[in-house]
Design a binder for this molecule. Structure first.
Ligand SMILES: Cc1cc2nc3c(=O)[nH]c(=O)nc-3n(C[C@H](O)[C@H](O)[C@H](O)COP(=O)(O)O)c2cc1C
Length: 195
């Protein structure tokens, strides 16, 4: 029998009931339909201090800031699939999302300085998927965030398995006017578990 796949959904928007939340929920419902064990983290509910660049993790790969990231590191490492959803704020991901990503510097240290096998070639291979949207129609609106998220996934040993990106979505719940987007998110969640 196939092992149960653990999917971690990271909700990066502070707006509850907003557009990225709706899409990520659809993706997670798709994953659940295929038997995955899903965990949801609304990042704005957590106390995640931004990285202080103190290099306190350089020797051990453990961040010296004691806050909710202690729990979140464990969840990131337990997951087989990480789905990160963030709206675009000023051509980047939200501050909550970026704080989590920057604090993953401790995992970067484990992977690239300490060379922990669990994050190396022999370690668990994860999948990462990015969901984002923005109000504008700008061609480059997702470029910076995609790069940021790719490097975050790399630290987790997660291949960038794809993304869903939508332009021209602004007011709370606007994404509901695009049922095809919800369908795509649901199918993406299913595929991440099945393939
Ligand atoms: C502080 C802030 C900055 C934003 N910056 C951008 C931006 O640079 N480009 C863009 O297309 N939309 C921008 N937006 C619009 C949001 O991306 C958009 O409203 C989105 O639908 C919000 O998603 P949510 O409902 O999941 O929070 C910004 C919104 C806020 C509040």
């Amino acid at each position: 029998m196939r092992e149960t796949i653990r999917v971690l959904g990271l909700f990066g928007s502070p707006r509850r009931g907003g557009n990225t939340e709706i899409l990520l929920e659809e993706a997670l419902r798709g994953a659940e339909k295929e038997g995955a064990k899903v965990e949801r983290l609304h990042l704005s509910d957590f106390n995640i201090t931004p990285c202080k660049e103190c290099h306190g993790c350089d020797e051990t790969g453990n961040c010296i800031i004691l806050d909710d990231m202690e729990k979140i590191y464990l969840k990131l490492l337990e997951a087989d699939v990480v789905i990160l959803a963030s709206p675009i704020f000023f051509y980047g991901v939200t501050a909550w999302t970026k704080a989590l990503i920057d604090r993953s510097q401790a995992l970067w240290v484990r992977k690239y300085l300490i060379k922990e096998p669990s994050l190396g070639k022999e370690g668990k291979k994860r999948k990462g998927f990015f969901i984002s949207l923005g109000a504008t129609k700008g061609q480059k609106v997702f470029e910076g965030s995609i790069l940021t998220v790719k490097y975050f996934f790399d630290v987790l040993n997660a291949v960038y398995a794809g993304d869903l990106l939508f332009r021209g979505v602004e007011a709370k719940g606007d994404i509901l006017k695009h049922p095809e987007a919800l369908q795509k998110a649901f199918e993406a969640g299913r595929r991440l578990v099945l393939e």
